[in-house]
Design a protein around this ligand. Sequence first.
Ligand code: HPA
Length: 274
Amino acid sequence: MNYTFAQYQESAEYIRSKIGDFTPKAAMVLGSGLGFMGDVVKDPIVVPYREIPHFKASTAPGHKGQLVFGYLEDKPVAVMQGRMHHYEGYSYEEVSYAVRVLRLLGADTLIVTNAAGCVRTDWKAGDLMLITDHIKMFSESPLRGENLPEFGVRFPDASKLYTPALQDLAREAAGELGIQLREGVYFYCYGPQYETPAEVRAVRILGGDAVGMSTAPEVIVAGHCGMQVLGFTLLSNMAAGILDQPLSEQEVLDAAEACKDKFSRLVLACLKKL
Ligand code: HPA
């Protein structure tokens, strides 16, 4: 099914009735274990997904399922506490629905964060990676179906989805904070099962540095509707087959917990520079 422009507008109008004339500059999608950043938003107005017409609930652990409008580093933001994933049973269009709604509410920048497996054997779990590009070519596009020209063109350019100027800003912020920031390509996989070791080897050959189950759909939609994008990955674990141990969700959540201070300082420093 395809949403109509009117449906996006209905969602935006409902939220508008809650937030008045507040205009978010940046929309933020917080990944596994990083949702706490929504709790430190100043002057928050919380809108649960389930109240918003046409929104879906997010069911993944550690994902609260609400939008928080308010200020971080004195910047007006809309924080998605909890994202939708394709593996939960949602279409890519549903997964990225909120991005378009936040665009209608005035956000011109999307900041995405996620936890992902580290494909590079010369990096380690707990490292942070600036996403410079992604690979999502083996699954359908969130833009599949009738194009909505109110948002963008039928065949959008994707050569600079992750905005170069925002990447520079992130490098600068990391340097100032003394945080080591890796840079690389995020390879999208469906999930929910983690990859097989053979799949991880394939990802490496194809040019992926991190492997995860989110982010790329939202970024494609953000690029389509003209938003600037900044993306970060917490490399929460070595990808399958690199270490002789099974992968678990607990490992991902523990890594997110252990790195949340470093991660949030970096994201906040970037916001400040926007
Ligand atoms: N693979 C896919 N998604 C993930 C991983 C992983 O190793 N870690 C956290 N999210």
